[in-house]
Design a protein around this ligand. Structure first.
Ligand SMILES: Cc1cc2nc3c(=O)[nH]c(=O)nc-3n(C[C@H](O)[C@H](O)[C@H](O)COP(=O)(O)OP(=O)(O)OC[C@H]3O[C@@H](n4cnc5c(N)ncnc54)[C@H](O)[C@@H]3O)c2cc1C
Length: 236
């Protein structure tokens, strides 16, 4: 009964800054994540790049519109693009070479629910701890950094135009719990009520880690595997 509950986004927000034309290749020729700044007890931000040939990832970056209603943001986006066609062209020209993502994560408790409706899996806000559409400090940092380097603050297309959040860190939805009343799997990742069925991926993580999750997912999966008894010789 808890399947789909506590689906989380790691409270992640990813605006970006497009650096000015003439920026050298050293920007994208580096380790992806090189710095991490803690802004408060629950919030930190990393700068990251995708490398030189990742335009598929950065083509969805666009003018960062200010928070507001969907209609207001969509109109503001359209108006800014009409006023600054050169910036639109420069964005396409920049590809991923001049885009620096600002990856904000928080370990606060926000969540969505995944529900099956109309033949599709959909997300809806959890009534108790909804995921805010915006993190004001993320806009502030993107604009400040863009000012400092003479760049352009960028937002994800779906966020800037349609007021929709996104995450590259989906967590939860089949979380570890003490019983079937509060989780889908037990501490050894065994699905409550089923024999020999385990879940070993990000869906079992019960909280927003507030940090890049893949090593935690791997460590928990390794721990779960260590609890699986070795096959006996008679099993063939
Ligand atoms: C652009 C990007 C950058 C990231 N960078 C980092 C980083 O630097 N550090 C970090 O820690 N994390 C990073 N992450 C997050 C990290 O990649 C994920 O948290 C992690 O991979 C999730 O692992 P998972 O096993 O839960 O799911 P996944 O790795 O998504 O694995 C799910 C698998 O299930 C398969 N699948 C889906 N549906 C079906 C189906 N119906 N039948 C069969 N197979 C199916 C998929 O093909 C996939 O192989 C990044 C994510 C993105 C998108």
């Amino acid at each position: 009964s808890r399947l789909g509950e506590l689906f989380r986004t790691n409270s992640e927000y990813v605006p970006a800054v497009r650096l000015p034309a003439g920026t050298g290749p050293e920007v994208s020729h580096r380790v992806s994540i090189t710095s991490d700044v803690r802004l408060d007890e629950h919030t930190h931000v990393q700068t990251l790049v995708y490398g030189e040939h990742a335009a598929m990832m950065t083509n969805q970056l666009t003018h960062l519109t200010r928070p507001g209603s969907t209609r207001r943001r969509a109109l503001s986006w359209l108006w800014t693009n009409l006023r600054h066609p050169g910036s639109v062209v420069d964005g396409l020209r920049a590809g991923s070479r001049r885009q620096v993502m600002l990856l904000f994560m928080q370990d606060v408790s926000t969540s969505l629910r995944v529900v099956w409706r109309g033949g599709r899996a959909r997300t809806e806000q959890s009534p108790d701890e909804p995921v805010p559409a915006h993190l004001p400090v993320s806009h502030e940092v993107a604009r400040t950094l863009a000012d400092r380097v003479g760049g352009v603050p960028q937002g994800q297309l779906l966020d800037s135009v349609a007021n929709l959040g996104m995450t590259a860190h989906p967590l939860g939805g089949a979380v570890i719990g003490a019983s079937a009343a509060d989780g889908v799997v037990d501490a050894d990742h065994r699905v409550f009520g089923y024999d020999n069925l385990m879940i070993c991926d990000g869906s079992v993580i019960p909280s927003n880690l507030g940090t890049n999750p893949s090593l935690t997912i791997t460590a928990l999966s390794e721990l779960a595997m260590s609890k699986v008894p070795a096959a006996s010789a008679s099993c063939g």
